[in-house]
Design a protein around this ligand. Structure first.
Ligand code: UDP
Ligand code: MG
Length: 327
């Protein structure tokens, strides 16, 4: 279906402790939307901010009824916030972007326009990563390669969360109810016709990044583990190899003793014994670590708890003062 000025457009942005940037974000986004679309909603999901983000959003809501707010009861993480935004969006076309202005709102019209070339989901692909250390660049490259190998789903390392999609893609994405969630992987998993638009990623307008290394590692593990059992299969194959090696070594040592009748030669080899024990224990603990990562995620999935609690939904057609999790 062709997109025109009257097509209902939803813009979803997760916000967590963004008081320094949220005002500027709303001003710039609304300006672009007013100019290009007659029917829009700006859906801001507050992920349990402890600063004045919610109050700042409320100020803008008094002036513009197209701004909606979903306020979480606490911090549930960006993936939950994005999911809530998608679940509550009404648009025929939905845009996702961060609210720190690293994803320039001025790009929205060209992303939407690209859908008209016969695509269902258009991602913004940045040309270079400014202000990022080489360690971050190379670890992120490594992660995307590893993820592609393990899951068979390819996501380019220069594509972030900034994208626009048609309603059918939104419905497909929200029908994936995984509790262990990594949205970029889910977008790749649901398929549909994909395209990218190049842009230059801005530095954060103000405020600070919420993603430190432990959080990034956690997200990387979520991404791979929720879409691949290859690590488990690798360790089971490796276990076979290690067991075969240990068995052969045992046969060799026993045969040596029987044939040569000389235990001293074996006793002399205690250095190799220490090395061997260390090596086997290292492997064993590494295998246990992989299994533990899977078990902890199986636990999270099996409880099947709601992904988030929305304490309040303000603006739009309906207002919900009570706790709710679904549309
Ligand atoms: N965010 C969120 N919940 C969180 C962490 C981040 O909603 O627990 C939002 C944040 O407000 C921003 C986006 O997710 O709009 C990206 O976060 P950030 O800019 O800190 O990540 P980076 O761009 O540094 O990877
Ligand atoms: Mg950012």
């Amino acid at each position: 279906m062709a997109i025109h000025k009257d097509t209902m457009l939803s813009v979803v942005a997760p916000c967590y402790n963004e008081e320094e940037v949220i005002g500027e974000f709303i001003i710039r986004t609304v300006e672009v939307l007013e100019e290009n679309f007659h029917n829009y909603e700006l859906l801001l999901v507050d992920d349990g901010s402890k600063d004045s983000t919610v109050e700042k959003i409320a100020e803008f809501q008094r002036k513009n009824s197209n701004i909606r707010l979903i306020r979480f009861s606490r911090n549930f993480g960006k993936e939950a916030a994005v999911t809530a935004g998608l679940e509550h969006s009404n648009g025929e076309v939905v845009v996702m972007l961060d609210c720190d202005l690293q994803d320039p709102p001025s790009l929205i019209p060209s992303l939407v326009k690209k859908l008209d070339d016969g695509y269902d989901i258009v991602s913004a692909q940045h040309t270079m990563r400014r202000k990022e250390t080489w360690i971050k660049k190379s670890t992120s490259k490594l992660f995307y390669r590893l993820a592609a190998h393990m899951t068979g789903l390819t996501i380019p390392d220069t594509v972030g969360d900034y994208r626009v999609m048609r309603r059918k893609v939104v419905d497909a994405v929200t029908s994936v109810k995984d509790n262990v969630r990594y949205m970029k992987m889910i977008y790749a998993y649901v398929g549909f016709r994909n395209a990218t638009v190049l842009y230059e990623r801005e530095p954060r307008f103000a405020g600070y990044t919420k993603y430190n290394y432990p959080r990034l590692i956690q997200a990387a593990l979520d991404a791979i583990i929720s879409f691949s059992d290859k690590p488990l299969r690798y360790i089971s194959l490796m276990s076979l190899g290690v067991s075969a090696f240990a068995l052969l070594l045992t046969i060799y040592v026993i045969a040596y003793k029987i044939l040569m009748g000389n235990t001293a030669a074996i006793a002399n080899g205690w250095t190799s014994l220490v090395v061997l024990i260390n090596m086997l224990f290292c492997l064993l603990f590494a295998f246990l670590a992989v299994i533990s990562e899977y078990i902890s995620r199986i636990l999270r999935e099996s409880k099947n708890r709601p992904l988030y609690f929305a304490e309040e939904i303000r603006g739009g057609r309906t207002e919900y003062p009570s706790i709710l999790t679904q549309k």
